[in-house]
Design a protein around this ligand. Structure first.
Ligand SMILES: C[S@@+](CC[C@H](N)C(=O)[O-])C[C@H]1O[C@@H](n2cnc3c(N)ncnc32)[C@H](O)[C@@H]1O
Length: 158
């Protein structure tokens, strides 16, 4: 497992349900299922190509991961899972996904965000949306640095 993806798995508690938005290869939800995170474990994709890629990975691994097609958080009901992962996308795309579903953001316990660029702008946006940055870290993989942040709707979690 590449260090970037491993770091995502390592920083999600083992007792939470998760939706992985823009899952593509579905390594994150499959990894969570393999280590025993409770359901529902949901993978989403907005594009048919990556959706089919995720479907193949899920079927090949026999994982109990629910796959849904749709834009951003639209396929996820309010409070349906504990944690939301949005990783491997540009900061602007992550900002748009959060903004589009602003009203349901407080229904989730935490968000693990991993922007590929525009981290500074994403930081400002999450604060504007009334969320709190609990923790940030960086992982170096093959001489490239990846930013990660855990964001929570409740400041008492900080
Ligand atoms: C580079 S892949 C990252 C895959 C995986 N999350 C990771 O971190 O390795 C980005 C994926 O996000 C998906 N994506 C982009 N915008 C999206 C949106 N608004 N809603 C859901 N998925 C989206 C793309 O289709 C693509 O498969």
């Amino acid at each position: 497992m590449p260090a970037r993806l491993q770091s995502i798995l390592d920083n999600i508690p083992e007792d939470v349900s998760v939706a992985d938005i823009g899952s593509d290869h579905a390594y994150i939800p499959i990894g969570l299922w393999k280590r025993g995170n409770p359901g529902p474990i949901i993978a989403t994709e907005v594009k048919k190509g990556p959706y089919n890629q995720a479907l193949k990975s899920i079927l090949d691994s026999n994982a109990e991961v629910e796959l849904r097609l749709g834009d951003g958080l639209e396929p996820i009901k309010s409070g349906e899972v504990d944690w939301i992962v949005i990783a491997g996308m540009g900061g602007h795309t992550i900002m748009k996904i959060l903004e589009q579903s602003e009203t349901i953001l407080p229904s989730f316990k935490a968000f693990l965000l991993q922007p590929m660029f525009k981290t500074e702008e994403l930081r400002k946006k999450v604060v504007e949306l009334g969320l709190f940055i609990q923790r940030e870290w960086v992982v170096n993989e093959r001489k490239k640095c990846y930013d990660f942040m855990i964001v929570v709707p409740d400041y008492k979690m900080c």
